[in-house]
Design a protein around this ligand. Structure first.
Ligand SMILES: [Zn+2]
Ligand SMILES: [Zn+2]
Ligand SMILES: [Zn+2]
Length: 260
């Protein structure tokens, strides 16, 4: 693996509805703390002048403007739920700027769903307007290389569905999951930074809770953990006060340097 460090930017830390949630007037949705303002979940990873995007949320354009994202050299998809794919069309300006195509990576099921949801991108028909220029790649359980970085897919249970997290060097990003299978846990040792789904306190059939993710942290012992995919039940400041010192709530715009 190459020397150096990765720069991870949290583009969004919110659940599928985002926070504030439309029409809601609860204390978190009306909070003046910017960390309580959460767009849909995604990260951007910078390495050696290149950028890897994890998921393209419905907020992608806003997120890229806000975080001054100037490159997208590859896109990794965790799964095909709407909150993780619907901004895909907005990568077109990066095709224009960078020239060439952008490789995208997902499990066979995820890639099939993306190709169905964005039929016009992939059907190869003549078009009078622009569409994203993408090259599809599927992964199984084996590591693959993107932008000179080895990416380890981490299989996760998302209720009855299967999704993937990714390990990059000493960091791992595990959004939407209810359970981490034992064989996936063995790929998550010696982490400096671990991102984990932690929707809320109340149990949910497809998402981890704060309590469950605290247990995961205690078991996997990363140096630092950041919880994401957060709903409006959790106010940033108050929730974080109850955490051990190495556990944090992620927030939009958070930037972390991690060794590769
Ligand atoms: Zn989600
Ligand atoms: Zn609310
Ligand atoms: Zn999901």
């Amino acid at each position: 693996m190459a020397e150096g460090s990765l720069s991870i930017t949290v583009l969004g830390s919110g659940t599928s509805t985002g926070v504030p949630t439309l029409g809601c007037h609860c204390p978190v949705c009306t909070s003046s703390d910017p960390r309580d303002n959460r767009l849909r979940p995604s990260i951007w990873v910078g390495y050696n002048g290149r950028g890897i995007l994890v998921d393209t949320t419905p907020d992608f354009r806003t997120q890229a403007l806000r975080a001054n994202i100037e490159r997208v050299d590859a896109i990794l998809f965790t799964h095909s739920h709407a909150d993780h794919i619907m901004g895909l069309d907005d990568v077109r300006p990066f095709n224009f700027r960078q020239g060439g195509t952008i490789p995208i990576y997902g499990s066979p099921e995820t890639m099939q769903n993306i190709q169905r949801a964005f039929k016009y991108i992939f059907d190869g028909r003549e078009t009078e307007s622009s569409r994203p220029r993408l090259v599809c790649h599927t992964f199984d359980e084996e590591p693959f290389e993107v932008c000179g970085i080895s990416i380890v897919p981490i299989r996760l249970n998302h209720g009855k569905g299967t999704v993937h997290g990714f390990r990059l060097g000493a960091s791992a990003y595990l959004t939407d999951h209810s359970d981490i299978p034992a064989e996936s846990k063995s790929k998550l040792e010696n982490l400096d930074v671990l991102f984990l789904d932690a929707l809320r306190h109340k149990p949910h059939p497809t998402h981890s809770t704060v309590e469950r993710s605290l247990e995961t942290v205690a078991e996997l012992k990363p140096k630092q953990a950041y919880f994401t995919h957060i709903c409006h039940d959790l106010g940033h400041e108050k929730t974080e006060q109850s955490f051990p010192p190495n556990v944090h709530l992620a927030y939009d715009g958070l930037k972390i340097e991690v060794r590769l």
